[in-house]
Design a protein around this ligand. Structure first.
Ligand code: NAD
Length: 500
C-alpha cells in the first residue's frame, strides 16, 4: 500500500465516487507508517447509504429463503477460497500475526456457515385447529435497515458475526467498521456482491462518531448491533434505544482465569500466556488477570515467566512471529502508561515488555509481553481494561475468595477455571456471574451455533451476538390466526374470541 491509497465507502454495490470532507490515517502498525487514508462519513453520507439500503430492502425481503441461503452459501465458498487474502489484509492494518488473522477468518467462516441454514432457522410454529377450524401460526420477518458498528480488534470476524445473519433474515445492512482497519469490510462487501447479493443490501460507511451518531438517530435504521469499549457501548445502547431502536451493544472486558491448587500448572501456564498475549492482548476474550489460589502462585508465575521470555515478538508477516505490534501509536502509549502506573501502585513488575526483543522495524507500535505479580484489586492495572500485552497475577487464599474477586468485577465477558476437580468446575460455572465460561479452556468463544455475549458491563441489551440470538435479534415475530370459510360459521358474536 502507498500513502496515496484511499479507502472509501461502499454504497449501492460499488465504491463511493465523490470527495469526502474528512479523512483518517490508516497505519501499518508494524512499521508505524501511514499506509492509506480512509474517508470519514458525515451525516449526509450515512443518509445516502440508509436510503439505498431501504430501497434494496423492499425487494430483498421478498427474496425466497432458498435465494437468500444461496447467496450466503456462495459467499462462504468465495471467502473460503480467498481467506488468505483477507487474513493478510487484517495483518497489514491491525498488526496481529498472520496465523492469528487466519484463525480470525476461520471463526468468521463458521458464523457464515451458520447463516447458510437460514431456511431451517426461520421456521415458525403451526397449530392446526387451535380453535375449531382455526389455525394459528407464527412467522419471522426482517426488521428493515440495520446498522452494524464494529471495533478494530476483529475487523473481519466481528462484522461477519452480524452481517450474514442480518441479510439471511432478509434485512439490509449499513456496516460502520473501525476507522483504524477499514479494508476488511470493503473486501467482505465486494465478495458479497460477487456472491450475487443485490446492490444496496450490504453497504459500508467508514467513519467515526458522527457516522455512528447518525445511524443511532436515523428513523429508517431499525436496529443496531455494536461491539466496542464499554463507555461507547453504553452510549450506543442508551442513544439507540432512546430513538426507538432495537440495540445489542457488546462492551469491554476484564477476563479472569482462576487456577486452583489441583490444576495442571503447565497447562495453566500455557493457557495464560496464549490467552494473555495472543493478538498482543487486543481481544475482548483475552485473559488479563490470573487469579492464583494458594499455594500455586510462585510455581505458576515461574512457569509463565519461562514461556513469556521465549515469545517471538515482531512483524506479523515474518515467519515465526507469535505476537505483533499494537494497533496505533496512541494505543501503545496508553498501554505503556499502565506499565508505569502498575509500578507506581506497588505491583511487582516481573517481566518488563519494554525490554523484550523485537523482530521488526523500529517505528512499529511495539510493546513486548509484560507481567505483573501481586496486583491489588484497587489498582488501575487491575480495574481498567488495558487491552494490551499486560497480564496481572492476583493471589488469593481460597476458591471462595477467587469467586468473590471475579463476581465483584463490573465486567462479565469471559472467564476460565483451571482445575482437575469436576465438582469445583461445576460449582464455578453455576456461581460465576460471567456470560462465557471456560473449564480448562482459556478463551471460551462459543461455536457459531450458540451465541456470544457477556454479562454486566460487557453487554447492554438482551440479545447476544450470532447464533440463535442473532436470528432472534434480526427478526420480529408475527402470529396469524386464520380460518377459511366454513359453511357452518356461527354468526355474529361480540364477546371476546374464545377458543372452542
Ligand atoms: P471503540 O469503542 O473505541 O470503537 C468501537 C466502534 O465505535 C468503532 O467503530 C468506532 O469508530 C466507534 N466509536 C468510537 N468512539 C465512539 C463514540 N464516542 N461514539 C460513537 N461511536 C464511537 O472500541 P475499539 O477500540 O475499536 O475496540 C476495542 C474495544 O472493543 C475493547 O474494549 C474490547 O473489549 C471491545 N470488544 C468487545 C467485544 C465483545 O464481544 N464484547 C469484542 C471485540 C472487542
Amino acid at each position: 500500500m502507498t500513502a496515496e491509497q484511499r479507502i472509501t465507502h461502499w454504497i449501492g454495490g460499488k465504491p463511493w465516487d465523490r470527495e469526502g470532507a474528512r479523512t483518517g490515517d490508516v497505519h501499518d502498525p508494524a512499521t508505524g507508517r501511514v499506509a492509506a487514508r480512509v474517508d470519514l462519513a458525515d451525516a449526509a453520507v450515512v443518509d445516502e447509504a440508509v436510503a439505498v439500503a431501504r430501497e434494496a430492502f423492499t425487494r430483498w425481503r421478498g427474496a425466497s429463503l432458498a435465494q437468500r441461503a444461496n447467496v450466503v452459501f456462495a459467499f462462504r465458498e468465495l471467502l473460503n477460497a480467498r481467506k488468505d487474502e483477507l487474513a493478510a489484509i487484517v495483518t497489514a492494518e491491525h498488526g496481529k500475526v498472520l496465523s492469528d488473522a487466519a484463525g480470525e477468518v476461520q471463526r468468521a467462516l463458521e458464523a457464515v456457515e451458520f447463516a447458510c441454514g437460514i431456511p431451517h432457522l426461520l421456521k415458525g410454529g403451526f397449530s392446526e385447529n387451535a380453535s375449531t377450524n382455526v389455525d394459528v401460526y407464527s412467522i419471522r420477518q426482517p426488521l428493515g435497515v440495520v446498522g452494524v458498528v464494529s471495533p478494530f480488534n476483529f475487523p473481519a470476524m466481528v462484522p461477519l458475526w452480524f452481517v450474514p445473519n442480518a441479510i439471511a433474515c432478509g434485512n439490509a445492512v449499513v456496516l460502520k467498521p473501525s476507522e483504524k482497519d477499514p479494508s476488511a469490510a470493503n473486501f467482505i462487501a465486494a465478495l458479497f456482491a460477487e456472491a450475487g447479493l443485490p446492490d444496496g443490501v450490504l453497504n459500508v460507511v467508514h467513519g467515526d462518531k458522527p457516522a455512528v451518531d447518525r445511524l443511532l438517530e436515523h428513523p429508517d435504521v431499525k436496529a443496531v448491533s455494536f461491539v466496542g469499549s464499554t463507555p461507547v457501548a453504553r452510549y450506543v445502547y442508551e442513544t439507540g434505544t432512546r430513538h426507538g431502536k432495537r440495540v445489542q451493544a457488546l462492551g469491554g472486558a476484564k477476563n479472569h482465569m482462576v487456577v486452583l491448587p489441583d490444576a495442571d500448572l503447565d497447562l495453566a501456564a500455557d493457557a495464560a500466556v496464549s490467552a494473555g498475549f495472543g493478538s498482543a492482548g487486543e481481544r475482548c476474550m483475552a485473559i488479563s488477570v490470573v487469579v492464583a489460589v494458594d499455594p500455586v502462585g510462585d510455581e505458576l508465575v515461574a512457569k509463565i515467566v519461562d514461556r513469556v521470555r521465549g515469545l517471538h515478538v515482531g512483524d506479523g508477516r515474518r515467519p515465526g512471529c507469535e505476537m505483533g505490534p499494537l494497533v496505533t501509536g496512541a494505543h501503545r502509549d496508553r498501554v505503556l502508561s499502565y506499565v508505569d502506573a502498575g509500578v507506581a501502585e506497588g505491583a511487582t513488575l516481573v517481566v518488563d515488555g519494554r525490554e523484550h526483543p523485537v523482530d521488526g522495524e523500529e517505528g512499529g507500535f511495539w510493546l513486548g509481553p509484560t507481567l505483573f505479580d501481586h496486583v491489588g484489586t484497587g489498582t488501575s492495572v487491575y480495574r481498567d481494561e488495558i487491552f494490551g500485552p499486560v497480564l496481572s497475577v492476583l493471589r488469593v487464599a481460597s476458591y471462595d475468595e477467587a469467586l468473590e474477586v471475579v463476581n465483584a468485577n463490573p465486567y462479565g465477558n469471559g472467564t476460565a477455571i483451571f482445575t482437575g476437580d469436576g465438582g469445583a468446575a461445576r460449582r464455578f460455572q453455576h456461581e460465576v456471574e460471567v456470560g462465557m465460561v471456560g473449564v480448562n479452556v482459556p478463551i471460551p468463544v462459543p461455536v457459531s451455533y450458540y451465541s456470544f455475549g457477556g454479562w454486566k458491563d460487557s453487554l447492554f441489551g438482551d440479545s447476544h451476538a450470532y447464533g440463535p440470538d442473532g436470528v432472534h435479534f434480526y427478526t420480529r415475530t408475527k402470529v396469524v390466526t386464520g380460518r377459511w370459510p366454513d359453511p357452518s360459521h356461527g354468526g355474529v358474536n361480540l364477546g371476546f374470541p374464545r377458543n372452542t
